[in-house]
Unconditional design. Structure first.
Length: 232
């Protein structure tokens, strides 16, 4: 196995077509699927090395206000919009919960919500804080018009399972994780807290105000030029 210096980037694509009709409800929720890759400066090599995956959702509540549509029309589009966004909303007032305003000292601007749903880094590329750099870039690029970014941290080995023992998965080497669920969750929350995410009550969610300046790559311990030592 060799080691080289590669620039990390994310190739995003949307899996939901944009409808041209004002009645197309799916325009309220866009899914952003990202492949995290390491690219070389060698222009003769077009393909990057896959080093992980990410997924985000952009909930366009501002468009709903313009169309004077019902809040539930947006939130019922998928289970993801319900799970992430319902705890944030005061349905009776058709606005974000008052405690969110208090959490951010009433500095909430915008109507939309950026949901950071998934972040997976392949085993041989962990420990470089690539995930933090990917999340930081995703928020900077896609949080336009967003009052907040939200996530529900969960150690990868416990995702989609109620078992206390992590499932075996060769691609992500999940069986090598030995910490219990509570310890893993605490470490993960501390990790995302480096970006500015804070816990939102007992919902299991963490939220971040995109209007607040995020730490620089240098402060996060990431290379400022985006180049990492990658094994291939």
């Amino acid at each position: 196995m060799k080691t080289g210096k590669f620039k990390v980037a994310v190739n995003f694509s949307t899996s939901v077509p944009v409808g041209v009709s004002d009645e197309d409800e799916h325009n309220y929720l866009q899914t952003l699927n990202g492949q995290i890759i390491a690219k070389t400066d060698d222009k003769t090599k077009e393909c990057g090395i896959p080093i992980g995956k990410t997924r985000a959702f952009y909930l366009n509540l501002e468009l709903r206000y313009k169309r004077k549509d019902n809040l539930f029309t947006c939130l019922d589009l998928s289970q993801n919009s319900v799970d992430y966004c319902m705890p944030l909303m005061d349905v009776g007032k058709d606005d974000f919960e008052r405690k969110l305003y208090r959490l951010f000292d009433d500095n909430l601007y915008g109507s939309n919500v950026l949901v950071l749903d998934k972040l997976e880094i392949f085993p041989q590329h962990r420990g470089k804080r690539i995930g933090l750099a990917v999340l930081r870039a995703t928020i900077e690029i896609f949080s336009h018009g967003c009052a907040m970014a939200v996530m529900r941290p969960m150690p990868l080995q416990f995702v989609d399972t109620n078992n206390e023992q992590p499932p075996k998965n060769d691609q992500y080497a999940l069986h090598l994780f030995t910490v219990d669920k509570r310890t893993g969750l605490r470490r993960l929350m501390n990790y995302y807290g480096m970006l500015g995410f804070v816990r939102y009550g007992k919902t299991g969610l963490m939220v971040l105000n995109p209007c607040n300046e995020m730490p620089s790559l240098e402060k996060l311990g990431c290379p400022e030029d985006g180049y990492y030592k990658i094994e291939y």
